[in-house]
Ligand binder design. Structure first.
Ligand code: ATP
Length: 340
């Protein structure tokens, strides 16, 4: 199966209006452009934090001539790349990304309406380059704001008090990468440890040392910022607080640090749970979400091994399961969608 074989310009530039209708009555004259009813095709990859959406997006984008639009509400801001878990330049494999680390966090919180506007512009640009827009990120409220035909920022559609918009302004293919919650939570705890190993605390120390989080009402909500804020207030970097004579951390400091890490893990699992709830709400409202189940491949990842030979074998096994359960079904779904 070679998805590249089916490459063609997916979204042709929109033709000019085919007619202009003049509605005239005694008091007003209005003209209405009547457009071809073909909506632009957009792939939307949904799923809880950590479920592998980013990997799927790059795998699809390298096969289907695409550009990616980020829909994670924390990753839109500049800064805190480790804490918000932004994809690295290297991992992007040359695929252009939009609304990723572009918004100045000092300029206030990006509203869903602003996201709808900017995301809409990004999608039009991608379509004009005859490429496929792939929207990826865990913020379902942003996804709803972006694709709804009519969007009312006053209405919360996720608390059950207002209907989800089922009229969409794009022809959407929704891919839902799902992982069973207990398996995902185990993985998320491991991921937090890896983020810490990659320098998350140093990044946050620098953040607290250089900006006033009070002025960054969007980014300061990122998981890790409030949790480590308390730790960093008590043990400011370079102060020597909480260190014994040999420079090692005392029990008090270790305890506060471990509490912060525990909170980050708990809050990340809570976020995943809320995100899955929102996805189910959209599905229940009639959004045609195509679910791919990545649980088995996550189980493979969690079966850690320390010796090198087994590591290679594990990686091979993981790639087989990921290909079988996630990649191939996703490719087929998108291929079918593009051929429709
Ligand atoms: P709502 O707007 O109702 O909270 P949502 O689906 O738009 O929901 P989420 O993406 O679920 O928004 O994000 C909610 C919260 O989760 C954020 O305010 C932030 O605390 C945390 N969060 C989300 N994404 C990240 C991220 N990449 N890094 C760190 N924290 C995040």
């Amino acid at each position: 199966f070679h998805p590249i074989d089916i490459y063609k310009p997916f979204n042709k530039p929109r033709p000019p209006p085919i007619a202009v209708r003049m509605d005239t009555d005694s008091s007003t004259t209005t003209s209405t452009a009547v457009y071809h009813h073909k909506k632009d095709k957009v792939v939307v990859i949904m799923g809880a934090t950590g479920c592998g959406k980013t990997r799927v997006s790059i795998d699809l984008a390298t096969c289907f001539q695409s550009e990616i639009v980020n829909s994670d509400k924390m990753q839109v801001y500049k800064g805190l790349d480790i804490t918000t878990n932004k994809i690295t330049i290297q991992d992007r494999q040359g695929v252009p990304h939009h609304l990723l680390g572009e918004v100045d966090p000092d300029a206030g919180e990006l509203t869903p309406s602003e996201y709808r506007f900017s995301g809409g512009l990004a999608i039009s640009g991608i379509v004009s380059r005859q490429k496929l827009p792939i929207v990826v990120g865990g913020s379902n409220s942003l996804i709803h704001a972006l694709v709804a035909d009519r969007f009312n920022p006053e209405l919360n559609v996720f608390d059950g008090s207002n209907p989800v918009s089922t009229q969409l302004r794009y022809n959407c293919c929704f891919l839902w990468v799902d992982v069973s919650l207990p398996v995902l939570c185990d993985y998320l705890c491991k991921r937090v440890d890896e983020m810490l190993d990659s320098g998350m605390l140093d990044e946050l120390s620098e953040y607290y040392g250089s900006v006033d989080p009070a002025s960054q009402i969007g980014l300061r909500k990122a998981i890790g910022v409030p949790e480590f804020g308390r730790y960093l207030k008590k043990y400011p970097p370079g102060s020597g607080c909480g260190r014994g004579t040999g420079g090692e951390w005392d029990r008090g400091r270790r305890g506060v640090y471990e509490d912060s890490v525990r909170e980050i893990k708990e809050n990340t699992c809570q976020l995943a749970k809320r995100q899955i709830g929102k996805i189910l709400r959209l599905k229940g409202a009639g959004w045609d979400l195509k679910r791919v189940d990545a649980t088995e491949s996550f189980r493979e990842v969690m079966m850690a091994t320390s010796d090198d030979h087994n590591k290679k074998r594990k990686k091979k096994r993981w790639m087989e399961v990921w290909g079988r359960d996630v990649l191939e079904p996703s490719m087929k779904i998108v291929k079918r969608f593009l051929e429709e």
